[in-house]
Design a protein around this ligand. Structure first.
Ligand code: SAM
Length: 263
């Protein structure tokens, strides 16, 4: 893995290293999953606390991934492996799940949990989404849960996702999407970026980037559509956004699917 990609990557990495070391999910503070859309209850409660996967997600990508036995699945920003372990069950022993994450503490914990669960069809690789340690045209389904909002260059990340998918492969992402472009002052707030707020882009920006890198059949469903947000609430939040740490009314969870066409 490249030693460092940017100061923002370093900050996000320390933020999540601290979270996993303190075993503190996003839900126990203010950010990612406070507006989560159908988070599953943990099926891992019988595991000892130190290897129990923690969800830092904002949705459930498996509900839109349409996983089949024997498939190769890649989880972008796999964290402690929560969604990877659920996916591993779905694809079975003839399939394989690879989780990629840039935070060594996440990879270490996820690997330990996989061993504890006796799963031989799951592997975790340290790496950046911007430069995936994965062969081209080798993955059937990409999942990702509350990660791509964190990437400063989403075009590069989704371009990499497109490269590694097999023709006909599926992208199934749950993430945080902003109902309006966020104010510049908030965008520059690195802490708000690490907390899955300041890096969120709009549904239109998502569709434009997905289409630019080659994806087809793009579908983006917001948990709360723009029309339901009164203008006054949005305007007030924009005015106060510099100090916002609580989830904003205009940053919602979304389900995003797209296909890499066969030809
Ligand atoms: C909000 S957590 C979500 C983790 C996991 N998907 C879940 O649902 O529990 C974000 C994760 O993405 C990783 N991450 C963020 N940006 C990344 C990047 N550019 N490359 C690789 N990993 C990244 C972080 O290290 C962190 O583990």
């Amino acid at each position: 893995m490249t030693s460092t990609l940017s100061p923002l990557h370093d900050l996000i990495q320390s933020y999540y290293a601290k979270r996993v070391e303190q075993r503190e999910s996003c839900c126990s503070s203010s950010s990612c999953c406070a507006s989560a859309d159908s988070l599953p209850l943990s099926p891992f409660e019988s595991l000892p606390a130190e290897v129990q996967p923690i969800s830092f997600g904002c949705g459930d990508p498996l509900t839109i991934a349409d996983l089949q036995e024997g498939q190769v699945v890649l989880d972008l920003g796999s964290g402690t492996g929560y969604d990877c372990f659920l996916a591993a069950k779905r694809v079975g022993d003839s399939g394989k799940v690879i989780g990629v994450d840039m935070t060594p503490q996440m990879i270490q914990q996820a690997t330990q949990t996989a061993q504890r669960l006796g799963l031989s069809n799951v592997e975790f690789r340290l790496g950046y989404l911007e430069d995936l340690p994965i062969d081209s045209n080798s993955v059937d389904v990409i999942i990702s849960n509350c990660v791509i909002n964190l990437a400063p260059d989403k075009h590069r990340v989704l371009g990499e996702a497109y490269r590694v998918l097999k023709p006909g492969g599926r992208l199934a992402v749950t993430d945080r999407v902003s109902l309006r472009p966020l104010p510049a002052a908030l965008r520059e707030d690195a802490e708000a970026w690490a907390a899955c707020i300041a890096g969120a882009i709009t549904k239109d920006e998502w569709a434009q980037i997905l289409s630019a890198v080659g994806f087809k059949e793009i579908e983006i469903t917001l948990s709360r559509p723009l029309e339901t947000q009164p203008e006054t609430v949005l305007e007030k939040e924009v005015r106060n956004a510099k100090s916002a740490r609580e989830p904003l009314h205009f940053v919602v969870s979304a389900r995003i699917t797209a296909i890499k066409a066969k030809s």
